[in-house]
Design a binder for this molecule. Sequence first.
Ligand SMILES: Cc1cc2nc3c(=O)[nH]c(=O)nc-3n(C[C@H](O)[C@H](O)[C@H](O)COP(=O)(O)O)c2cc1C
Ligand SMILES: Nc1ncnc2c1ncn2[C@@H]1O[C@H](COP(=O)(O)OP(=O)(O)OP(=O)(O)O)[C@@H](O)[C@H]1O
Length: 178
Amino acid sequence: MIIYDAGDLHLPASVLTIGSFDGIHKGHQTLLLKAKERANRLNAPFVVFTFDPPPKVFLTGCKQLMPLDDKLERLKEIGVDYVIIAKFNKAFMQKEVSEFIKEIHDLNPLEIWEGPNFLFGKNREGTIEVLRKHFDVNIVSLLICSQGKMISSSRIRELLKQGEIIEADRLLGDYTFK
Ligand SMILES: Cc1cc2nc3c(=O)[nH]c(=O)nc-3n(C[C@H](O)[C@H](O)[C@H](O)COP(=O)(O)O)c2cc1C
Ligand SMILES: Nc1ncnc2c1ncn2[C@@H]1O[C@H](COP(=O)(O)OP(=O)(O)OP(=O)(O)O)[C@@H](O)[C@H]1O
């Protein structure tokens, strides 16, 4: 189910992950599949809180790897129960860390899952340590590629810019979730 306003969703329990997830590359897939596994284990709905457009696209004008509809399709294949899509704009960006945390409380996450470099809130002031004061936050290890390089949406954008389509595709992965 797709929700456009986080305030519209109140859950007694959930497993949550928050992020841009542009491209749903292999690193994202590792994180999403781990969170899904935990949601199944805890018998709680799996919620993804994402942004449209991805914050980096809005802030820097860089190329978006994947249209929103494709992202939603991938998330459905992974078995996400609820996707919250926050419109990322100047007004949303001003939201304080404490206000965002209040919204998350309405989802009653039993666990939040992120990668190690996750930040959130106005001026990117929200860290994993801040989030841990309120929730059980779990971190997956950063997935790197076989040459030891970082897998990230930014790196894939860079590879595409340089015409390295095969390498970019490799990092995006083949989406065999079913
Ligand atoms: C309430 C809120 C406010 C944000 N404000 C800013 C901001 O002022 N500057 C910024 O660069 N990013 C801002 N972001 C985006 C985050 O830096 C980050 O992109 C987002 O939490 C997704 O994490 P990810 O980039 O690891 O996917 C904000 C995010 C949230 C949730
Ligand atoms: N290679 C990776 N391994 C594990 N988790 C990752 C990896 N890349 C991103 N994540 C996690 O996925 C979530 C969403 O991150 P985000 O969409 O910003 O990814 P990103 O690839 O780093 O994007 P960008 O390069 O545009 O900043 C965050 O919790 C982040 O830590």
